[in-house]
Design a binder for this molecule. Sequence first.
Ligand SMILES: [Zn+2]
Length: 121
Amino acid sequence: MDDWRLNRQKNDFSDQTLYKITFPDFWKTAYKHRNAFFQRIEQNAKKYVESSNSGHEFLEGERIQHFWHEHCTFCWEKALTDKECIFYCNGDMQHWVCEECFHDFKEKFNWEEKSAEDLPL
Ligand SMILES: [Zn+2]
């Protein structure tokens, strides 16, 4: 298979468990329960505001979500908390794969699919 999305070395992506994340629902739940995903964003936002002494308004309510975005590891499609999209992430939420790439490469990399509720947060 000759696919531009596979140009970079991605062997470390084999045999991973990936968790299906649906936005914006995942964010809504995170915000409501102030769960680990929310706290992660909050930490980064606070760090940014403290070090730059700007952007205080983003710490108010749901605007804090704009401190977070990720890209699909393969095609660079952007994941946002307020955009309707489905992404898959690994257990520590450091790597994200868009829905299309997930389905295209699922068998190649032998991924196991789990739901967001199973995330080890
Ligand atoms: Zn992708």
